[in-house]
Ligand binder design. Structure first.
Ligand SMILES: Cc1cc2nc3c(=O)[nH]c(=O)nc-3n(C[C@H](O)[C@H](O)[C@H](O)COP(=O)(O)OP(=O)(O)OC[C@H]3O[C@@H](n4cnc5c(N)ncnc54)[C@H](O)[C@@H]3O)c2cc1C
Length: 499
């Protein structure tokens, strides 16, 4: 049995810990915060619960491959999967268009808004359907896969979208409403195939929210790890990996303690790993990704308000264009609002949590992190932004004027502080046109027994990519152990049941 030390207790780390236990090894997850979950987290503000993460979770359709992984990780438990009627609604020029869970309805809505775009709409819908079949979630029951011919025949269509940015995709449509519908969700510069991916999974009922949302999902994964015999150490910040002759033998923590390990799995932002924890060069592929200006990073700032539920007339996410003077101040064209009526326990009866999300680029994210060093200036900036966002919401929904109350605000500086990501990013690099979809290696040149398990190895990151990273790192360890069994006649480790 190998002792596997896992640095970071987010989804990547919990997944690595669970798979290590399942493969018969001893997992010790070391997390620098007081609790595990990383970005998959929610917190209380008086009688309100604020959810930080799951808008949609890929892998909630039992026919998808990812579902099996979530089951092994105990992430879904036996809770209800909530599949909202729509993922987001875009409002433009007084009209609304929603990404509905029923693809036929979406097609009809788009055709109704813009009959002159019929050919482009049909091509877009066909590509969504093709992607569903490729992911084994096609057909009426969202349970069918393609045969070999299906893959081949859909290739040219999917390639067309893979080469296009969202901005170029939007330009294919004559209707301004449809253009805005495409641009408001991921912005201008993402690969349009990333948008197709979202549409394909949501409309194949493979993008729901497990009841209890982010916090509860993290707790279930934590419980699964502990029930398998894994250990969790909190308030343990790794500051150095101690190595000798190409082998890492222990980890030094900020509190001065040292833990020994046969293998180490590293899950934090690689920028932090290779600048602060390991005295080695970042692997070439990752370095190239950080240096590649096309592969931009991003973060966001958020306000959480309480309000009367009856005063909101949308469900899911609602995105609208804001006036130009506000666009200049917030550095964004759109404001994204999200309501949580699907989780009645998040607020007292009759009340709702309404969150705003404003994406920001690397430069602005770094400005927030820098500003936080001056507490008063940072507080003033947050107040200024929160007031403006409140004004914008009330201007759009005047009924909310009497009940809208700020309960919390957080920024890239918050993410930087809590999950130790360099610019406060919580996803990986943005997925851009023509980008390779393969995952970067988890090996580190010069260290035989240390593996990476980060969402940064595959754009655009997210929960399934993080969890998959943990699984792959452990599979690499299992292979390394098998090699030792062969060469040193070490006894093989019995594998626990994967149930
Ligand atoms: C607002 C928001 C909405 C999102 N929505 C979705 C969504 O709808 N669907 C989806 O799939 N994804 C979503 N995500 C992304 C998702 O949360 C992340 O992809 C995922 O949580 C990443 O997990 P991770 O374990 O790789 O990294 P992290 O969550 O960053 O975890 C890394 C952990 O390592 C710890 N750590 C760092 N340095 C050290 C150290 N030196 N020593 C010990 N521990 C350390 C950190 O404290 C942290 O707990 C969202 C994220 C946010 C913030």
């Amino acid at each position: 049995m190998a002792r596997v030390l896992i640095i970071g207790g987010g989804v990547s780390g919990l997944s690595a810990g669970i798979y290590a236990q399942l493969y018969g090894h001893q997992a010790i997850v070391c997390e620098r915060s007081e609790s595990v979950g990383g970005n998959l987290i929610g917190w209380q503000r008086n009688e309100y619960h604020i959810d930080n993460c799951i808008h949609w979770l890929t892998g909630t359709n039992p026919h998808s491959d990812t579902y099996k992984m979530w089951e092994e990780l105990g992430a879904l438990g036996d809770v209800e999967i909530m599949q909202g009627d729509s993922l987001y609604t875009c409002e433009y020029g007084g009209k609304r268009l929603s990404l509905k869970k029923d693809l036929d309805e979406l097609k009809q809505d788009m055709l109704l808004i813009s009959p002159q775009d019929k050919n482009e709409i049909l091509s877009f819908i066909k590509a969504i359907e093709a992607l569903q079949y490729i992911c084994n979630i096609g057909g009426k029951d969202h349970s069918e896969g393609f045969g070999a011919w299906g893959y081949i025949s859909s290739f040219p269509l999917l390639l067309k979208y893979h080469r296009m940015s969202t901005k170029e995709l939007a330009r294919c449509f004559k209707s301004e409403m449809i253009r805005q519908f495409i641009l408001c969700f991921l912005g201008d510069d993402f690969a349009s195939s990333a948008l197709l991916f979202v549409f394909a999974h949501f409309t194949a009922l493979n993008g729901g929210i497990p009841r209890g949302s982010s916090y509860e999902m993290a707790q279930r994964m934590k419980n699964r790890l502990v029930s398998l015999g894994g250990e969790i150490l909190t308030k343990k910040e790794a500051i150095k990996i101690n190595c000798e002759n190409g082998i890492a033998h222990s980890v030094l923590f900020k509190d001065g303690t040292v833990a020994e390990a046969d293998y180490i799995v590293l899950t934090p932002d690689p920028k932090m790993i290779f600048e602060k924890i390991i005295d080695l060069k970042m692997p070439r592929q990752l370095k190239q990704a950080y240096d590649n200006r096309r592969l931009f990073r991003f973060s966001s700032y958020h306000c959480a308000f309480s309000c009367n539920c009856n005063d909101i007339d949308f469900t899911g996410d609602f995105i609208f264009e804001i006036p130009e003077n506000a666009q200049r101040k917030l550095h964004t064209k759109y404001l994204i609002l999200r309501e949580f009526s699907h989780e009645s326990s998040f607020a007292p009866k009759g009340k709702c949590v309404l969150q705003s999300l404003t994406f920001c680029n690397e430069r602005i994210a770094k400005e927030f992190i820098e500003l936080r060093k001056n507490t008063n200036a940072y507080r003033a900036k947050k107040q200024e932004l929160a007031s403006l966002i409140k004004e914008l919401i009330i201007a759009r929904f005047p009924k909310l004027e009497s009940s809208l109350t700020l309960i919390d605000m957080w920024t890239p500086a918050t993410y930087h502080r809590y999950v130790n990501s360099e610019i406060g990013s919580f996803m990986s690099f943005a997925m851009v046109p023509k980008q390779s979809l393969s995952r970067m290696s988890n090996k580190i040149k010069g260290l035989k027994n240390v593996f990476l398990a980060t969402q940064w190895q595959q754009a655009p990151g997210g929960l399934p990519i993080a969890a998959q990273g943990g699984k792959l790192a452990i599979e690499a360890i299992v292979k390394a152990e098998a090699r030792q069994v062969k060469h040193n006649s070490k006894k093989p480790v019995p594998i626990k049941a994967f149930n």
